[in-house]
Each structure stands twice: as structure tokens, then as C-alpha cells.
Design a protein around this ligand. Structure first.
Ligand SMILES: C[S@@+](CC[C@H](N)C(=O)[O-])C[C@H]1O[C@@H](n2cnc3c(N)ncnc32)[C@H](O)[C@@H]1O
Length: 264
């Protein structure tokens, strides 16, 4: 079969990793807003994302799945207006509070989900979706991003379909299917005629800076939820065996961008 005949959009939609992935309600992210807000300010990942963006000739930016504004607020001082779109009210509170603390009066929150109607979402020069593309239908999401972009779109997607923490998941007998590889995304965008550009961002893994077993088990609970007594023993054993390697785990993101179609 030739490349042109591979239906990447359907491969993505029907992938076991996509189908089996939990669809979190906004409350899931509400509960994580405080931690994300703290990390956003000193985010090495955010710095790498921003340095790969071209803002020449741009005055507006829309940050989809903005969280506490990791990307939008990092560039708010260089633009006329930035918008943060998210379905979590607490994330948007963090976005607004961080904007105020930094003296940015040009940051506007938009309470909205990927699946909602976006017909009143403002078209912006730059549209970004950073670590926020966990959608069931990537083709539909890409079309949506493109429709609100006047110049350029930037997004990140797990580079090898997986997040750090696979080792302990397997040890617990709770492996999860990896997401489709990022090359599916490149294929989808190629078929949509979007001519994607590709780069990578590497950030510290989930367990970096975990000082001691209690910190480690806390992070594991963040991944898996409550642990039974037997599972806690597995986590302890895993920690004893792997503690020297945990800090070296890295999360790799594909950084994908394209130029938006000229507005009709
Ligand atoms: C991993 S955080 C990323 C936050 C920020 N973009 C960053 O890179 O730090 C994912 C964000 O996407 C938002 N999100 C998840 N699913 C969403 C959906 N269906 N619609 C809108 N936002 C969503 C969450 O509320 C959260 O703020």
C-alpha cells in the first residue's frame, strides 16, 4: 500500500491507546491546577516551546488547553492580546491570577472544551496546543486549530506515544496502551495539506527530583490512583531496584507546526 492510501486519521481514531484512554472530566484538571501553576513559572519545557515559535508579524495568540497559561503568558509581553482556552475553570483561574500577578492586562480566558462549538473563538495569528492534544479524533482537532489560526499553529504530542512512568505501570500489572506514534499526526496533517514541520522537546521525567520513597509513591498514586497493600509492596520493591535510574527518565515531545491556510 502506498503512503497516500494510508488513512492515518482512521488509524488514530481506532488505535487501542486512543480508545482505551480515560476521558477526564474538567474536575480532574481542576484538582491539578495549583501544581501546574507553580511549575509553569519555571518550566524548562515552556522555555523550549517558546524559543521554537516564530512570532514575527503576529499580535494575537490563542493557547488551547492553556492550563495556567504556560505558553500564552510566557509571550503575553510581546503581543497585543493572548487568549487561554480550557475546559477547567480552576485552570482558567490560575491563568487569570498568573496574568494579573505578572501585570498582563491583555490575557483573556475562554471556558471551552475541544468538543464544544468554537464559532465565536477569535481567529488569532498564532494558535498553540501544548501538551493538550489528548483527543479522540485528531483530524477534527487539527481542522479546528487551523480554522482559528491566521498564520501559524504549534502543538506538542508525546514523541513515542507514551508518558514517563511505563516501568512502574508494568510492574503493577497496569500497563496502558501507548498512544499512536507522532508520525500518525504528521501523516494526518500531510493528508490535510498542512505541510507539517517537525522538531522535538525533551523534558525531565515525572520522577525527577523525587526525594525518597514517600515522594515516589505519591507520584505513582497520581498515575494509578489508590494502591492496595500488595501494590504498595510492589512499588517499594520497584523503587529499591530502580531508584538510581528514576531521575534519568526523560519525556520526549514532538513539536509540530504548520502555516495556516490563508483566510477565505
Ligand atoms: C497537561 S495540561 C497542559 C497545560 C498547558 N498547556 C501546559 O503545557 O502546561 C492539559 C490541559 O488541557 C486541558 N484539557 C484537557 N482536556 C480538555 C478538553 N477536552 N477541552 C479543553 N481543555 C482540555 C486541561 O484542563 C489542562 O489544562
Amino acid at each position: 500500500m502506498s503512503f497516500e492510501h494510508v488513512d492515518f486519521a482512521e488509524l488514530y481514531r481506532s488505535d487501542p491507546g486512543v480508545i482505551s484512554r480515560a476521558e477526564h472530566p474538567p474536575e480532574f484538571w481542576d484538582g491539578r491546577a495549583a501544581g501546574f501553576g507553580e511549575r509553569a513559572a519555571r518550566s524548562e519545557y515552556g522555555r523550549q516551546f517558546v524559543e521554537r515559535m516564530d512570532l514575527d508579524g503576529c499580535s494575537t495568540l490563542l493557547d488551547v488547553g492553556c492550563g495556567p497559561g504556560t505558553i500564552a503568558l510566557a509571550v503575553a509581553g510581546r503581543l497585543e492580546r493572548v487568549y487561554g482556552l480550557d475546559y477547567s475553570p480552576r485552570m482558567l483561574d490560575a491563568f487569570s491570577e498568573r496574568a494579573k500577578a505578572a501585570g498582563h492586562s491583555n490575557a483573556t480566558p475562554i471556558l471551552r472544551a475541544w468538543a464544544d462549538d468554537w464559532s465565536d473563538v477569535p481567529v488569532c495569528d498564532v494558535v498553540v496546543a501544548s501538551r493538550a492534544t489528548a483527543v479522540r479524533d485528531f483530524e477534527a482537532a487539527a481542522r479546528k486549530l487551523d480554522a482559528v489560526a491566521a498564520r501559524r499553529v504549534y502543538l506538542t504530542y508525546p514523541a513515542f506515544g507514551t508518558f514517563a512512568g511505563d516501568g512502574i505501570r508494568r510492574a503493577l500489572g497496569r500497563p496502558h496502551h501507548p498512544l499512536p506514534d507522532y508520525l500518525h499526526i504528521v501523516g494526518i496533517l500531510h493528508h490535510l495539506g498542512m505541510h507539517p514541520r517537525l522538531d522535538y522537546i525533551t523534558e525531565k521525567g515525572r520522577f525527577d527530583g523525587c526525594e525518597g520513597f514517600e515522594a515516589f509513591v505519591g507520584k505513582v498514586r497520581g498515575l494509578t490512583g489508590d494502591l492496595s497493600g500488595a501494590e504498595a509492596d510492589v512499588v517499594r520493591q520497584y523503587y529499591e531496584t530502580h531508584r538510581g535510574e528514576l531521575a534519568a527518565e526523560r519525556m520526549r515531545w514532538a513539536f509540530i507546526s504548520w502555516d495556516a491556510a490563508p483566510r477565505r
